[in-house]
Design a binder for this molecule. Sequence first.
Ligand code: GRF
Length: 213
Amino acid sequence: MKTAILISGRGSNMEALLTAAADPDYPAGIALVLSNRPGAPGLDKAAARGIPTLVVDHKQYDSREAFEAAVTDALADAGAELVCLAGFMRLLTDGFVERWRDRLINIHPSLLPAFRGLHTHEQALAAGVRLHGCTVHFTRPAMDEGPIIAQAAVPVHPDDDADTLADRVLAAEHRIYPLAVRLIAEGRARVENERVLVDDAAIPQTPLINPAG
Ligand code: GRF
């Protein structure tokens, strides 16, 4: 499945997807990495792996719609069938999201529907949750909403700060994003009544309990 990745920055989730897609057995190939920020470090990382990259600088456009039209053209040129938002820091219009309905996915660093928006690790620490995590979901017009494809939970440690917690969540992000793309590319994840059904999924039977005892 021809896949495009939209980034704005570091691109560590993008790298996880590129690493997965480098395996000939992986059912998705990365056709394009597109950044709205010219200096995004992820661009060089993708180029170093021989992946086509493109900058569509939102500052060069008068409106969100004009920016998104350029993104849409680039995605069409690349033949993208699936679009992965990976640290893409622009809000997308409803029109764009609907055009890509069920073909546009996002990774968010919390166990949705908890802690939408920014600073999710600070939010989790402030709430005192014992388990935190990350979510890959199909994108819908409302921010950080949409049918959930995969989630990973990590424990919150008593001495965590936002950085240590972010590191633990990020390691989990790098596992579930390639997993979610694989499920979609294999045709095993589909949306029904705004929930995702996954065929032949291995479901863990044990709870993750924190504190353990
Ligand atoms: C990740 O935490 C992702 O969940 C969030 O933005 C961050 C991007 O990191 N949407 P990276 O650019 O993938 O390293």
